[in-house]
Design a binder for this molecule. Structure first.
Ligand SMILES: Nc1ncnc2c1ncn2[C@@H]1O[C@H](COP(=O)(O)OP(=O)(O)OP(=O)(O)O)[C@@H](O)[C@H]1O
Length: 242
């Protein structure tokens, strides 16, 4: 199977201190790779280091065979990496329409058009004139996803997209993730809840103290969720049916 994103031996952190200690991770084309881990394990740091928002100390971040480690964020984005950041980062004073136009402005021959993302996320179409600060959490999340799609990614990094959402909205986000993978997008999904990761991911990796300590097909985790649960060492809801 083709590899969309390959991270290898990645070291990164802040002010010379290390948070990531030689992380290796692969996202296969058209697959959902989930990343779970305790608070502070380094998940957001990894997402930022991949996206070029944080310059890694060393290691490989390969997209479609090209090593982009250390390149600035706009170059990584142009190479096909989209990011839905933790906390959504929607501009409070810009309308939905303005967000979408801004995201779409640099792309040529797009896979995703504004019309296309509005068909996927019709709720946004009803909110085009609403400002960021007038949107619900779920609508902001949809906008963050729409904005990322308009950068024409081949790999989409989603950092806890369900955080703070009601259960039904979180379920809708998971449905969206599954649909995007089926449409051929490759996704790295940082997810708080193991049961939700099991529902949507093809593989699940665990990051702990900046190291990948587990990485296996979801079927294996579904058959024995307690192994991963113990790595997270907090009470996680069991997936339904297990
Ligand atoms: N800008 C920063 N400057 C210095 N240290 C940081 C910065 N951002 C994160 N850290 C530290 O890096 C470590 C990893 O944080 P990170 O946000 O990557 O973890 P996380 O796994 O995403 O956690 P969470 O699940 O809480 O979002 C933590 O110790 C955190 O305090």
């Amino acid at each position: 199977m083709a590899v969309a994103l390959r991270v290898d031996g990645l070291y990164a952190g802040y002010h010379g201190g290390r948070v990531l200690h030689g992380v290796g991770l692969t996202v296969e084309a058209g697959q959902v790779q989930a990343l779970v881990g305790r608070n502070g394990a380094g998940k957001t740091t990894l997402v930022h280091a991949i996206a070029g928002l944080l310059r890694p100390y060393s290691g490989v971040v390969e997209i479609g065979g090209t090593d982009l480690a250390g390149r600035p964020a706009h170059q990584v984005a142009r190479a096909g990496v989209g990011i839905v950041p933790q906390g959504r980062r929607v501009f409070p004073s810009l309308t939905v329409a303005e967000h979408l136009k801004l995201a779409a402005r640099h792309q040529e021959g797009p896979m995703w058009t504004i019309k296309g993302v509005l068909e996927l996320l019709p709720r946004l179409g009803e909110r085009l004139d609403h400002r960021g600060d007038q949107l619900s959490g779920g609508e902001q999340q949809m906008l963050a996803i729409a904005r990322a799609l308009l950068t024409q990614p081949r790999v989409l990094l989603l950092d806890e997209p369900s955080e703070g959402l009601a259960l039904d909205l979180a379920a809708r986000v998971r449905g969206l993730v599954t649909g995007l993978a089926q449409a051929g997008l490759s996704l790295l999904l940082v997810e708080q809840r193991l049961d939700h990761a099991i529902e949507v991911a093809d593989r699940i990796a665990v990051l702990d103290y900046g190291r990948v300590i587990f990485d296996a097909p979801t079927a294996q985790v579904r058959a024995d969720p307690t192994t991963v649960q113990s790595m997270l060492s907090i009470d996680q809801p069991l997936p339904q049916g297990s």
